[in-house]
Design a protein around this ligand. Structure first.
Ligand SMILES: [Zn+2]
Length: 238
């Protein structure tokens, strides 16, 4: 069965995912097996192929699969963690893009019992970050993936114990934003913890007001524009 990317209107989202992948490299989300970014359109999912550095991604590196992981279009390895994506999309009609990566600071934070605090601006929109602790293993089968989806609740960010992060959004820019702020928030809180002295954090209504100002729809759109320029400067001589 063949899928026409242009007819489905997926091509703009593929291009966004290529930019997102390269940005994730620049933002330090690269590890030995990187991770995945996917976009759902109808009953199909476009997912970045496996065994590829984030920075190597091009528009040709996406595979279309169905909700059972069957290849509909595209070349290369279907990433083994595809069930994480399909099972989340199955129960989360509010999201169309999922990023799963293994960035170092969130990885370390996930290994602790530290509650996430709004030490910096970055944490204010993700104070409801979910935690998945059932297993530290990769999510390669549907039953475990269903537990991950259940654990996500209504949150767009999640820490997977000793494993990595999940960031989700209605759009690619939204999911990218949450993936970046989650890693930043973990990094800076761990830095605050490492000083060994007491530190404060934003509390109560200020969390909401800061988040609204700093991470409103217009702001995220502008951040996305900046991130695309950043990728162009680094990779495309922009
Ligand atoms: Zn993983």
């Amino acid at each position: 069965m063949s899928v026409d990317a242009a007819a489905l209107g997926i091509q703009p989202h593929i291009e966004e995912m290529t930019y997102a992948s390269r940005l994730l490299y620049l933002e330090g989300h690269n590890d030995i097996n990187n991770g995945q970014i996917s976009y759902r359109i109808g009953d199909k999912i476009w997912i970045r192929r496996g065994f590829l550095g984030w920075e190597e991604t091009t528009d040709q590196d996406f595979i279309c699969i169905d909700f059972d992981g069957n290849r509909l279009e595209g070349e290369g390895a279907i990433p083994s963690e595809w069930p994480l994506h399909t099972e989340m999309y199955r129960v989360r009609e509010d999201i169309n893009c999922i990023i799963h990566s293994h960035p170092p600071y969130a990885m370390i934070f996930s290994a602790t019992d530290l509650p996430l605090k709004a030490v910096t601006h970055d944490a204010t929109p993700i104070m409801n970050t979910a935690r998945f602790t059932l297993t530290t293993n990769t999510v390669t089968n549907k039953p475990v993936a269903q537990q991950v989806a259940l654990a996500s609740g209504k949150s767009n960010t999640m820490l997977l114990k000793n494993h990595g992060i999940v960031a989700a959004g209605k759009s690619v820019p939204e999911a990218v934003c949450w993936s970046i702020v989650l890693e930043n928030a973990c990094k800076l809180q761990l830095l605050a913890e490492s000083t060994g002295v007491p530190y404060s954090s934003t509390e109560g209504i200020e969390i909401k007001t800061k988040s609204k100002i700093i991470f409103g729809t217009t702001a995220i759109r502008e951040y996305w524009s900046y991130w695309c320029r950043k990728v162009d400067r680094h990779f495309n001589n922009g």
